[in-house]
Design a binder for this molecule. Structure first.
Ligand code: EPZ
Length: 416
């Protein structure tokens, strides 16, 4: 079955090594299309979103090899620029290939990537911005085709910060004619990794991590070997597993420097966190309330991708709390599932109110998207009794071997 069974009540103990970042791997794999040759990407996580991205690259004519966490992408035989509809449907992150394919081939046709339960996920700002770089876009019924003879640099003052738009514009700009300025640019660690990768390959990107990126177009990029940084959201998810079930876990390779806001709120909820040279030791169980509202925002503010996991830690702590979601319009889909487990949570607009004093009980619950699904597993770890989390495939999109790793940490958990 596409599910996980958890017998709640065990605390967690031991260590786990944090995988490479999904949200750094995807744009960097897309960026290999800009380079005619063989790029070697180390610490690439073995998760289904990366699997689908690699299949997409192969469908365009690239050769892809995987040896453990090392992925080699050879784009010398890149031959097509139509993205297969089934791949785009399965993985909306295929929109990241748009800028790179236009830069490499001058032409792309693709279906509109779907939205998902957390929001409509429009791509209007992607398309509007690329048009300003000389791209002609013809909207069709199911999708669109995009053509550009030569991408031209432009100065952007974006209406809001968008991770995906920043990534697409970076990939379109690095070999465009002239200079491009992106402001406000996303500052997420995954964007910083993409800029590092591109500069290592010979791009000229200034202002990495500053919120204002200046890109001077170059003629060519060269093949590189690059190591993907550890996944700060996966590290935060295992931190929340400890906050929810209690115990003591060493998170090897956790990117502490990228997790400040998450670690700050975990400490406020009563968790002891000790930084070591090669990771962090987290101990205890969430037992204190956060005064005020836990508000999500753009990096370095508290990440929206950690919102569901902290909601679960609050619900399990028995303390009241308030969470405001400012990035996506529908990212409280976990609430009805947590109510089924006995949590007392109400939602008004973009704010969720977690009322304390309740114990979580085992139940059959449905994962509906990646981070909410992982959060339901955390809730089941703390619940009294047995839970089944259905639709495990959502969780496999971003978490390598989560069942095995939690079992190694002492959880009573199995594939169902
Ligand atoms: C990236 O999504 C991440 N995905 C998301 O992680 C993450 O939650 C999000 O950034 C915010 O940090 C990947 O990196 C693969 P946005 P992205 O463009 O690029 C709106 C996970 O769990 N918008 O910064 O799609 C959009 O609807 C995933 O790993 C437009 O309106 O996020 C959203 O409300 C979930 N028009 C806001 O901007 C556009 O053209 C921010 O989205 C583009 C975006």
């Amino acid at each position: 079955m596409d599910a996980v069974r958890i017998y709640g009540g065990n605390c967690l103990c031991g260590q786990t090594t944090i995988q490479g970042s999904k949200n750094a791997s995807l744009p960097i794999l897309a960026a290999t299309l800009l380079i005619n040759g063989i790029c070697e990407i180390e610490n690439c996580p073995d998760i289904s979103d990366v699997y689908h991205m690699l299949r997409l690259l192969e469908s365009l004519g690239c050769k892809v090899e995987r040896e453990g966490s090392l992925v080699r992408v050879n784009t010398e035989q890149l031959s097509k620029c139509d993205m297969p509809a089934d791949s785009v449907r399965v993985m909306r992150s295929s929109i990241m290939l748009l800028g790179a394919l236009l830069a490499r081939t001058g032409s792309v046709s693709m279906e509109y990537p779907g939205g998902c339960v957390i929001g409509a996920r429009p791509i209007d700002l992607h398309l509007q911005s690329l048009c300003r770089m000389g791209v002609a876009i013809e909207q069709q019924k199911q999708g669109f085709s995009a053509e550009s003879v030569r991408l031209k640099g432009a100065a952007f003052r974006l209406p809001f910060v968008s991770v995906g738009v920043t990534e697409n514009l970076l990939l379109a700009a690095v070999m465009a004619e002239g200079m491009t300025v992106i402001e406000p640019a996303a500052k997420e660690p995954e964007i910083q990794a993409l800029c590092e990768f591109l500069n290592l390959a010979g791009a000229r990107i200034e202002g990495n991590g500053s919120g204002r990126l200046t890109i001077h177009g170059v003629k060519k990029l060269k093949p590189v070997r690059y190591r993907i940084p550890a996944d700060r959201i996966v590290a935060g998810t295992y931190l929340c597993a400890c906050m929810t079930a209690g115990g003591s876990i060493f998170l090897r390779d956790a990117p502490v420097e990228d997790m400040e806001s998450v670690l700050e709120y975990a400490r406020r909820m009563g968790i002891i966190i000790e930084s070591e040279a090669d990771g962090i030791l987290v101990r205890g169980r969430a037992c204190k309330r956060i005064s005020g509202v836990l508000r999500t925002g753009c990096y370095p503010d508290f990440p929206t991708d950690m919102q569901s996991q902290f909601m679960v830690a609050m619900a399990a702590s028995g303390q009241p709390g308030q969470i405001e979601e400012t990035v996506f319009e529908n990212r409280f889909r976990i609430v009805p599932e947590l109510r089924r487990m006995g949590a007392d949570i109400s939602v008004q607009g973009s704010t969720a109110y977690v009322n304390g004093g309740r114990k979580l009980c085992g139940a059959i619950v449905h994962a509906q998207e990646l981070r909410g699904g992982a959060a339901l597993i955390l809730a089941a770890l703390a619940a009294q009794g047995t839970s089944i989390v259905l639709n495990r495939h959502y969780i496999d999109r971003g978490y390598e071997d989560i069942v095995i790793r939690l079992r190694e940490l002492g959880a009573k958990i199995e594939l169902a």
